[in-house]
Design a protein around this ligand. Structure first.
Ligand code: GLU
Ligand code: ZN
Length: 286
């Protein structure tokens, strides 16, 4: 099945069916993994039930399969990983890397999105319902994005980030890092909307003695209104009946140059062409 030690993944949140923006990320991560002879895993990031749609995971799996995007092994559901996330939180707490925060929404609203470390200096009483925040160092973090080139992020700029919410839900930053470590991820290809989180994720990976993956952030698709295609923007669901045309269009958006007659082929054949000709350097960055 796989001839190299590379591992990539597609990690959708099941908040609705796939739209063209998420299909683009799925195809880019799939083709990139297969082009290096690597494995491609599917992880359903179902850690935020209020934002999820019942049955979306099934729709996503079906759409991927009908586009020939076949994943390796079993699908990993983050909802089955709570005990592991809890264990990591306990470890970080014991090491003094995270702290309890009882700040109200009203107080946070006055801070303009940059947490000021208040509860680190003034720990809330033990009985207060709390979020957990990861303490971030004042440090410029540099990493080489395979598409966007050298990126520099000051970790402290956004303030210490929440990794466990006051309502008891695990935060995306924690779950994504723990799973990428535990699944031995070497290559993350995802939308550039997540770029700002990457420095924090590399930092947390190293704190947990993991090896950070290589990152490639694919520019996000914009709708006719100039806004990111997303479920919130009511981007239409992918129609699997036109899978070949969908894949062909996605390859064009990814800067690849599929021959015109490829559009009439099966999804599997189109993907085989894409894997054989994959060139991440031709993805337009603007
Ligand atoms: N679950 C995230 C999303 O659907 C993607 C996480 C990631 O690729 O790191 O936006
Ligand atoms: Zn606080």
């Amino acid at each position: 099945m796989s001839s190299s030690s590379r591992t990539g993944r597609f990690a959708p949140s099941p908040s609705g069916p796939l739209h063209f923006g998420s299909l683009l990320t799925a195809v880019a991560s799939y083709v990139d993994a297969r082009a290096s002879g690597g494995r491609w895993l599917l992880r359903i990031e179902d850690i935020d039930p209020p934002r999820e749609m019942v049955g979306a995971d099934g729709l996503i799996l079906d759409t991927l399969a009908r586009h020939g995007l076949h994943w390796d092994g079993a699908v990993l559901y983050q909802s089955t990983r709570h005990a592991r996330y809890r264990e990591v939180l306990d470890d970080l707490l014991a090491r003094g890397q995270i702290y309890r925060c009882a700040c109200t929404r009203a107080r946070l609203a006055t801070l303009h999105n940059i947490y000021d470390g208040h509860c680190h200096q003034h720990p809330p009483p033990a009985s207060t319902p709390c979020a957990l925040r990861l303490q971030l160092p004042e440090k410029i973090f540099a990493f080489d994005d395979r598409i966007l080139g050298l990126q520099q992020q000051n970790l402290a700029e956004a303030g210490d980030c929440i990794i466990h919410r006051k309502d008891g839900l695990f935060a995306y930053q924690l779950a994504v890092v723990v799973d990428d470590i535990d699944q031995n991820m070497t290559d993350v290809v995802r939308g550039s909307d997540i770029l700002p989180s990457t420095g924090v994720q590399i930092y947390l990976t190293e704190l947990l003695s993991g090896t950070p993956p290589q990152y490639a952030h694919v520019p996000v698709l914009l709708g006719a209104d100039g806004k990111k295609l997303s479920k919130q923007n009511h981007a239409p669901a992918i129609n699997s009946a036109t899978a070949s045309a969908n894949l062909y269009q996605v390859l064009i958006w990814l800067g690849q140059q599929p021959p015109a007659d490829l559009i009439n082929e099966s999804p599997e054949l189109i993907l085989r062409w894409a894997v054989a000709h994959w060139d991440i350097a031709t993805i337009a960055t603007a």
